[in-house]
Design a protein. Structure first.
Length: 645
């Protein structure tokens, strides 16, 4: 079993070898990951539905008796595994020799059901502590429990902890110092289901437990938000507002970053004495990386909004609403969770398919996940939509840019559903449908710390990508776009003045190694209206989709360093039947947008798909199949928009 060390944006903290290992077990939404974050100071994604914390996360906790390792296991309702996710938990508890103890996290408002999991964990005969979360909510809703009496009835220590409050976390840290000293029950709980029910009744009675009143506020809101018609309309209205906000709020910040990088580029050109080095710093590093970094405000805002929806408890409702839609594709609500995770990035989405009990469902969802609009497409969409319609164009009361973006996300989601339906038919129907539990947490105010951590992790991941894959690809591209270097003799022979730097750059670009590659594949993309520079951008985006933006940034900066956006808009075909015509016409932009909706341009996703399926067969099928679909759909878009404009 591989251990995924999850350390947010910080440097990995080495878990000390030989340190006692304690497992954190609990059902989804019980506050387990928040507790893990509080204990370890590391960051792990908190999700309001099964299937987000799929990998094993572990972190070091310093206690009075030395460091220990705490492992945050995937959320599970039971140790009878029906999915690979739950198998991990059962497997870790079976390998009892590895563990010094287990902490079971139980939601106090759902104590009756939580005791079933406690009974199963206690069968492992390991030192156990029970942590009660949401005790404040239990009391607010008129319930009660006596943790000490409950602990005596269970034969273990029971600690009430309010997630996010330091006091409870510190008392747990003190308890974790000595797992060998934890009390153990004289008799283990029963295992037969009907006996467990009776045992739980007697434990609850001994612990003076009174169940909370139904959450009336949550009930009233759910009456509207889970309504088949109103709930669905509110969901779409929420998502629509989401994309309007991304454009409206982030655009001014984007402009400032763009201006800053243009100024830095000019500074590099004028102050670096070696001409080619100045161009390299300005065009490769600043224009290439800056061209992508401009979209950081949009990425941050995307994750602020997702985190707020998740923290408030609304995303679980969205999964519940979408369960009906998933059923039409032959999938279940858990698959929606995996597809929803893919909106950030297809990689966690594909990994989240481990929560699906059926292998056929897992495969169909994996093949569909890359079609969900991930955050890597956002920079490409923003760049192209900005060229297609000006920011002040409105369609009635709404901004055209946000409406087009919403449409692209909707198209991605609809295509993912169609793809899932198609692959489900290809790989064959699975047998009997298994139950899908979707717990609806109470509506809560999102915790500011959780929102900030989520946004920081997303931005840090984006910045890591910019400083690794994107920077390396951008530098290689600069070389391909600027080599071989041209001598004065050749320039003069071609009618180019060696002293005219813009003309020299244009000539070099047009006769570069990249131009040769772009022209070689021109027949493939010519029907879509792409020229050789766009072709180079499309090929380079296989490393990471955002590289398309940095490629276009380099090309534009080479022709007009002062105003690269205007240079892109005015870019014309340099040869072929369209010579002299503008490259970025509405039909071509539409074709590019649709191409990016469908094409599988992410080597990392293919690698993860290979790891999860155990074969190269499915990743290669996905790559070729989505490439063909992308070309056909882009051709269709080019033709339709060509007729309309």
């Amino acid at each position: 079993m591989s251990h995924a060390h999850h350390h947010g944006g910080g440097a990995p903290v080495a878990a000390p070898t030989g340190a006692p290992r304690i497992a954190l077990v609990g059902s989804p939404n019980a506050g387990k990951t928040t507790l893990f974050n509080g204990l370890t100071g590391l960051r792990a994604k908190t999700g309001n539905y099964p299937g987000v914390t799929v990998s094993r996360y572990e972190g070091r906790v310093d206690t009075d008796s030395g460091p220990i390792v705490v492992e945050d296991l995937p959320g599970t309702y039971s140790l009878d595994p029906i999915s690979p996710d739950e198998e991990i938990v059962a497997q870790v508890l079976d390998e009892a020799a590895e563990l010094a103890g287990v902490v079971v996290v139980v939601d106090a408002t759902n104590l009756r059901r939580g005791l079933g999991l406690v009974a199963q964990v206690q069968q492992a005969a390991l030192p156990t502590v029970v942590v009660l979360t949401f005790v404040d909510e239990l009391l607010r809703r008129g319930g009660r429990v006596d943790p000490e009496r409950l602990g005596r009835a269970l034969g273990v220590t029971v600690l009430p902890v309010v997630a996010g409050e330091r006091r409870g976390v510190e008392s747990l840290r003190r308890v974790l110092a000595g797992p060998s000293l934890w009390p153990t029950p004289p008799v283990l709980p029963p295992t037969a289901p009907d006996e467990v029910v009776g045992w739980a009744q007697s434990v609850l009675a001994a612990g003076h437990f009174a169940p909370p009143d139904p959450d009336s506020r949550t009930g009233r809101l759910d009456g509207v938000l889970l309504h088949p018609l109103w709930g669905t309309l509110i969901f779409f209205a929420t998502m629509f507002a989401f994309f309007q906000t991304i454009f409206a709020v982030a655009a001014p910040l984007q402009g400032l970053i763009e201006e800053a990088f243009a100024w830095l580029g000019e500074l590099a050109r004028s102050s670096i004495p070696v001409e080619w080095l100045g161009r390299f710093v300005a065009d490769a590093i600043l224009a290439g990386v800056g061209g992508v970094l401009v979209f950081l405000p949009q990425i941050a805002l995307l994750f602020v909004l997702i985190s707020l929806l998740e923290g408030s408890g609304y995303l679980s409702r969205a999964a519940y609403l979408m369960d009906r839609v998933m059923a039409s594709a032959g999938l279940e609500g858990r698959a929606f969770v995996a597809l929803l995770s893919s909106m950030a990035c297809a990689i966690p989405g594909i990994m989240a398919t481990r929560t699906l009990p059926s292998a056929k469902d897992r495969l169909a969802t994996m093949m569909a996940a890359p079609l969900m609009t991930c955050s890597a497409r956002l920079p490409v969409y923003v760049l192209l939509i900005g060229m297609l319609v000006p920011s002040d164009v409105r369609w009635g009361p709404v901004g055209a840019q946000g409406a087009i973006m919403f449409g692209l996300y909707l198209l991605g989601a609809a295509s993912a559903m169609t793809s899932a339906w198609f692959w489900k038919r290809i790989v064959g129907r699975s047998g009997m449908g298994l139950p899908f539990y979707m717990e609806m947490p109470s509506y809560r105010l999102p915790r500011l710390r959780t929102v900030l951590i989520s946004v920081w992790d997303a931005c840090a991941a984006f910045l890591r990508k910019i400083t690794s894959i994107i920077l390396v690809t951008t530098v290689i591209l600069w070389g391909l776009l600027n080599l071989p270097l041209r001598g004065d003799t050749e320039l003069v022979a071609a009618g180019v003045d060696p002293a005219d730097s813009v003309a020299v750059t244009a000539y070099t670009l047009d006769h570069s190694a990249a131009a040769a590659v772009g022209r070689a594949i021109a027949p493939v993309f010519e029907p879509l209206g792409f020229d050789w520079r766009v072709n180079v951008g499309v090929i380079s985006s296989l490393a990471a989709r955002e590289v398309f933006v940095s490629t276009m940034g380099q090309v534009a900066a080479a022709t007009d360093p002062e105003n690269p956006t205007a240079a892109l808009k005015d870019m014309t075909h340099t040869d072929g039947p369209r010579a002299g015509e503008k490259v970025f016409t509405p039909p071509t932009i539409a074709a590019l947008l649709i191409f990016f909706v469908y094409a599988m341009q992410c080597m990392s996703t293919l690698a993860v798909m290979r790891r999860e399926t155990g074969t190269w067969r499915w990743p290669l099928i996905a790559f070729v199949h989505l490439g063909v679909v992308a070309w056909l759909m882009a051709f269709l878009a080019h033709t339709i928009v060509g007729v309309l404009t």
